[in-house]
Ligand binder design. Structure first.
Ligand code: GLN
Length: 485
């Protein structure tokens, strides 16, 4: 039997019928990794022994007839900026090459309580800064659909692992698109939850007012299952939202009749690859056929989203990354002359070029005399963008737009031009600035590469988004396409 492309819900059914064991499944995933990792480099650290032990534990519980959570025994990959107790967590940075967290992120605790099998830690752009996984301090990850192309970023390792069968599910983090953009580039489903819906405790901070952890999966049902397992209030995260978590599986079975979907016109014009535009238009027709009402809408301030984001995110990063000083974590430059020398050398050796660029940009934006002109103004623009989106979402239940401006680009194509790399984030960044949920899902192909659409919802409207995404998915077959590896 070929296990690589089974979904979590299919695997769960096979486990319960005793047609497959968690141990067999876990072994199959590790042999897939062995077969493909030379070409893909989706992982930084593997967790083989512990994974196999967990799988055996699940098999024993199943043999005893215990009632287990739906994700029990499912192989899951974790992005390497999410803390795992006893398992190296590097953020793909030389700065943390040897960092072994003494605690688990809340999402990891929750997954362990659900008896998932943690396969390993996935590659990413260093400290989640980037859109291609080429900023990893170790090695780039390749796109499983075309290994000369990037998988997207910063959760590129997670997306590539799920797309290639090196994991069944994965966690990523999304500060400005890092779940949705790699999901689109790799032809999988990726969801960024509402800010506060999932605990950030144990997520290594990049830009704290924007960061969210979320699921990557091979279909919408799996995405809903993983979100269900990680969502909910956490007293350890002061920005975590109180209140009950909806039943996301129940939310999948919804009628689209009467649902109003807005199409922001700013996303259908200049700068969008014609092939991507076609896919979005086709998806709009498909949703209309399913009974949804589609209408054009407008987000007048959206063109300022990228500059506002790159001021706010870098400002927060410059502050968050001050803690890597050679004293408390990871790397320490050897034999410094004095303490200042130690800070300087540790930081110049430990951080890569993109991280340094962001620290400098952010420090500048926050410095006396420039704060009002840059940071404060960016925060005002952020409010305008949030108002644009919330106004549109008063009229519509959700918005439909491209997940990315174009399909996956070539390795090396944009590394030398950070501005080009930043500008491509226009489709995903407004959602983070406004703190809203967004889901990217496969909706077509262009030149053999996956193309994704994005649905954006109201605060805590993940249930509606998943329902619309599921109805679309079930009426098409895009989610069944797999890369030829
Ligand atoms: N590409 C964006 C950046 O480089 C978003 C990254 C992210 O979401 N972590 O900042």
């Amino acid at each position: 039997m070929d296990f690589h492309y089974l979904t979590a819900h299919e695997i769960a059914r096979l486990y319960r019928r005793r047609e497959l064991s968690a141990s067999e499944m876990t072994v199959a995933v590790f042999s897939r990794i062995e077969e493909l990792e030379d070409r893909l480099h989706a992982y930084i650290t593997l967790n083989k022994e512990q994974a196999l032990a967990k799988a055996r534990e699940v098999d024993e519980k199943l043999a005893r007839g215990e009632e287990l959570p739906p994700l029990a025994g499912i192989p899951v990959a974790i992005k390497d900026n999410i803390c795992t107790r006893g398992l190296r967590t590097t953020c793909a940075s030389k700065m943390l090459y040897n960092y072994i967290p003494p605690y688990n992120a809340t999402v990891v605790e929750k997954l362990l309580a659900h008896d998932v099998v943690i396969i390993g830690k996935t590659n990413m752009d260093e400290f989640a800064m980037g859109s291609s996984t080429e900023n990893s301090g170790f090695y780039p990850t390749a796109n499983p659909w075309d290994t000369s192309r990037v998988p997207g970023g910063s959760s590129g390792g997670s997306a590539a692992a799920v797309a290639s069968g090196e994991a069944v599910l994965a966690l990523g983090s999304d500060t400005g698109g890092s779940i949705r953009q790699p999901a689109a580039f790799c032809g999988v489903v990726g969801l960024k939850p509402t800010y506060g819906a999932v605990s950030r405790f144990g997520l290594v901070a990049f830009a704290s007012s924007l960061d969210q952890i979320g699921p990557l999966a091979r279909d919408v049902t799996d995405c809903a299952l993983l979100l269900q397992a990680i969502a909910g209030h956490d007293p350890q995260d002061s920005t975590s939202a109180p209140g009950p978590v909806p039943d996301y599986q129940a939310a999948l079975r919804r009628e689209l009749k009467g649902i109003k979907i807005g199409l922001p016109r700013e996303y259908m014009g200049q700068g969008i690859d014609p092939a991507v535009r076609q896919v979005v238009e086709q998806a709009a027709r498909q949703l209309a056929d399913l009974g949804a009402m589609l209408e054009e809408t407008t987000l007048p301030h959206i063109e300022y989203a990228v500059p506002a984001y790159y001021l706010i995110a870098t400002a927060e990063a410059s502050s968050n990354l001050a803690r890597y000083d050679g004293v408390r974590y990871g790397l320490r430059s050897p034999q410094p002359a004095d303490v200042v020398d130690m800070f300087m050398h540790t930081r110049s050796q430990g951080f890569g070029a993109e991280v340094k660029r962001r620290i400098m940009l952010g420090t500048y934006a926050l410095s006396a005399g420039y704060y009002d002109a840059y940071y404060l103004r960016a925060m005002k623009v952020r409010t305008l963008i949030r108002q644009d989106l919330l106004r549109a979402l008063e009229q519509f239940d959700c918005l439909l737009c491209p997940a990315t401006v174009a399909p996956a680009f070539r390795q090396g194509e944009k590394v030398a031009d950070p501005l080009q790399m930043y500008l491509a984030d226009i489709t995903t960044i407004p959602v983070n600035l406004a703190g809203l949920p967004g889901v990217a899902l496969p909706a077509g192909q262009a030149g053999g590469l996956p193309v994704g659409i994005q649905l954006v919802g109201r605060p805590f409207g993940e249930d509606l988004l998943l329902g619309v995404a599921y109805a679309f998915e079930q009426s098409t077959s895009h989610h069944k396409l797999r890369p030829q590896l």
